[in-house]
Design a protein around this ligand. Structure first.
Ligand SMILES: *Cc1c(COP(=O)(O)O)cnc(C)c1O
Length: 374
């Protein structure tokens, strides 16, 4: 019996263990020097002014919107092909999500043409999601947002440390959940070039308090003021310590993921010519996911079950957000034919830096076998 090939796998070793032990020995567990060091290092890798480390990307999306002044009565253009958190964050601040259609099945980023068609007097922002790690056309979106006086937010949960991610937007959000390219188990980051956004996000992260624990501990301040309604979205020192170790490897791992993606593309187009592979060989990508589009006539659930029996994990990224019960009830009647077709035919294959060429061959051959029978 061969080992299962998992969809994703965090890489954690002795360096992470040592980093965790150091934190425990230091007896300073949250909001300390390591969080600050991780923020600086992460912003540095992205060549962006500054970062705020948070408990999740969901928290980062929430604060990106709130710190940018988006709220009740505002409309925010969002993809439906995304993780539900992207859209939930818009509802957290009381704004209305406006779902934008994807360009086409091979370029499943949101369409600038559809975005333009959905502009109203209330539109205030766009959330761009770099699907699968493939970087959307940031120059074009920056222009679009400048022309229409919109705030540009990147949901970069799939795309850390690649291209110009983080540099052209007003805020970019990242996830360090256990299946992402860099993992701290749970965690997130907000990057922004605007000092005001960073400052507000930093206060919102910790109950709207004017001074933080470390400053008071050092005796630089003795009390604090609360001038806004904040949250507890802090990152702790243990996670920041793991993040710092992981960050040193991130670009290597991204490169490894990219190489594995290229091997997939070759094998897939050779062995299963009727399968669709979104984007192309030269696309700029952090290669977070390996998505394929199954032929129209195949039964995805049966294909996934057959893969499972062959020891191959697979997944779906994503069921479209506007079709979830909660969203259908709240925003009925939305139709996005291209997004819906993509979401019905998409299958995500295993992709992580520890995969070898033999694993990729096995996945592709198993998929070919599963498709022939289903
Ligand atoms: C994972 C993910 C999130 C949420 O990240 P958390 O850190 O788990 O809150 C948001 N958006 C996208 C696109 C994601 O993939």
């Amino acid at each position: 019996m061969m080992d299962d090939i998992s969809l994703s796998e965090p890489i954690l070793g002795s360096e992470e263990q040592r980093a965790l032990c150091d934190v425990i020995e230091s007896r300073w567990l949250t909001m300390g020097e390591r969080v600050i060091a991780f923020e600086k290092a992460f912003a540095g890798v992205h060549k962006v002014g500054g970062g705020v480390a948070l408990s999740s990307c969901t928290a980062a999306l929430h604060l990106a919107l709130e710190a940018s002044g988006i709220g009740i009565g505002d409309e925010v253009l969002v993809p439906s092909l995304t993780f539900v958190a992207t859209v939930n964050a818009v509802l957290y601040v009381g704004a209305t999500p406006i779902f934008v259609e994807i360009e086409d099945l091979h370029h499943p980023h949101i369409s600038i043409v559809d975005a333009a068609a959905k502009l109203t007097k209330k539109t205030r922002a766009v959330i761009l999601m770099h699907y699968g790690g493939y970087v959307a056309d940031l120059v074009q979106w920056r222009q679009f947002c400048d022309q229409n006086e919109l705030i540009l937010i990147e949901d970069a949960a799939h795309a850390p440390a690649v291209g110009k991610v983080g540099q052209l937007s007003d805020a970019a959000t990242f996830s360090f959940f256990s299946n992402k390219n860099l993992s701290t188990a749970e965690g997130g980051m907000l990057l922004s070039k605007h000092q005001g956004v960073l400052q507000r996000a930093r206060m919102l992260r910790a109950h709207g308090m004017s001074t933080d624990t470390l400053t008071r501990h050092k005796g630089h301040a003795f009390s604090y003021q609360v001038s806004m309604l904040g949250y507890n979205y802090r990152m702790d020192e243990l996670r920041a310590a793991i993040g710092l170790v992981q960050l040193a490897q991130l670009e290597n791992w991204n490169r490894k993921r990219f190489e594995i993606t290229q091997i997939y593309r070759h094998f897939l187009s050779e062995k299963i010519p009727n399968i669709g592979i979104p984007f192309h060989m030269e696309s700029e990508t952090a290669a977070h996911l390996m998505p394929v589009l199954l032929p129209r006539q195949s039964n995805r659930e049966k294909v996934m079950a057959a893969l499972r029996r062959l020891g191959i994990q697979s997944s779906i990224h994503y069921p479209s957000v506007h079709k979830f019960d909660y969203y259908q009830k709240r925003f009925p009647g939305i139709v996005l034919p291209r997004t819906e077709e993509f979401c019905e035919r998409e299958l995500t294959l295993p992709l992580h830096p520890s995969l070898g060429e033999a694993d990729v061959t096995r996945v592709v051959e198993s998929l070919k076998d599963a498709l022939e029978k289903n």
